[in-house]
Design a protein around this ligand. Sequence first.
Ligand code: ASP
Length: 321
Amino acid sequence: MAGKVLLHGGAGEWNISKDEEERVKDALRKAVMAGMKALKKGSALDAVEESVASMEDSSVLNAGRGAYPNIEGDIELDAGIMDGKTLSAGAVASVRNVPNPVRLARLVMEKTQHVLLVADGAERLAKGFSLYEAFKLSTARKKRYTAEIRKFIGQKWIKDLPIAFEKHLDTVGAVAIDDEGNLAAATSTGGTAFKLPGRVGDSPIPGAGFYASNGHGAASASGVGEAIMKYLLCMKVVASLGSLASPFSVLKTEINSLRGVYGPELAGVVAIDSRGVPSVYTDTKAIAIGYGVADGSTRVDIARKEKLDELNTLLIRQIPG
Ligand code: ASP
């Protein structure tokens, strides 16, 4: 089977200008290339790590240096990675000054006996493996952020703050299958904007923001972590991917069921099943995706919800774009 990488740059509004759209698509294209390169000489696990690290480096998505800060203006990152072959997982949460938390998550998986390290402890591990590099919100973003937050202070409860303030920013994630049929998934985020310090969403929680299991599938989610983690969205998607239903209808069923419990416009997922069938669904306005097949084409898209039927057909037929 030819290896494949399917990645997302987040599920959300995606109400952005043409220029911003080009920057995002460029970041998605680079991430597909990074994943494909890794697939050629490595495994599905290498591919999801490289694709996600590339998006973390892009500064145009809600991950790595470009991520949303918390309510105090500090960037705190979450990431997780899972190997479908061994069912091993690694994750980090609330880490500062680690530009590539997905790489740190893989270290947690491979070099420790633990699954999830947070804050200070995770940062100490990062220092030991040269993954620590001090960085702050850029001055321009700090200015925009401070102006935005002023609108809300004193007017609303924290729970009424919006979950985004820069419209083009979103969480990143990737799923992949290699030519031996191994599956992997990874997700990385700065979390929701205006989050409280220490808030952790679904992205670093196995079964919530990501999950992979050979023989079933791999999934990575984006959306409102508080809903996704209570629903254990990726676990439910992967568990059903081995069923007779088409992967697209599995994603649709699970995301609609989450909507039934927690409300509309909360989640999107990308997945690959054990036969290598890709699928994408979101209940938000749109989802940014990138797709690459080792011996063929690539496609990037910021797909509106109403175009997802069409997108899934194009992905399955490997039509480039
Ligand atoms: N799921 C992420 C979180 O809640 C945010 C996102 O996907 O945009 O932290």
